[in-house]
Write a protein that binds this ligand. Sequence first.
Ligand SMILES: [Cu+2]
Length: 151
Amino acid sequence: MKFIRTIACLSLVLVAPGAFAADKVCKVDIAGTDQMSFDKKEIAVAADCTEVEVTLKHTGKLAVQQMGHNWVLAKTSDMQSVANDGLSAGVANDHVKKGDTRVIAHTKLIGGGQTTSVKFATSALKKGEAYTFFCTFPGHVALMKGTLKFG
Ligand SMILES: [Cu+2]
């Protein structure tokens, strides 16, 4: 009996990986600078990505209170209101309103020399929808933004 159970368990382990569609984590690197800019204006996420891992690197030297950057993703139509609400959220909350459901994903707010990342499922994205990534540090959204396309 014990032998049969062992066989059953083994076959489960062997079969399980094929029972689900393969996960594909697509990695995106983006940098923020002391000149209040991102080094990318567009990010394309392929349709077969199941998750996206965005790594934000602050290549500058200025402190987070002076030139903090984050990477926030929302529908383009929600960008301005998310950024406005982020102003009053403060540095302690990464300049993102707590529990903001318009925010699809966001990183922490970082200063010069720091790196941070965020991972999110593409099930949160719709093909054909217009998405914008941006920085919600006060005054940055006008310059620090770009489009994200899925599919
Ligand atoms: Cu910024």
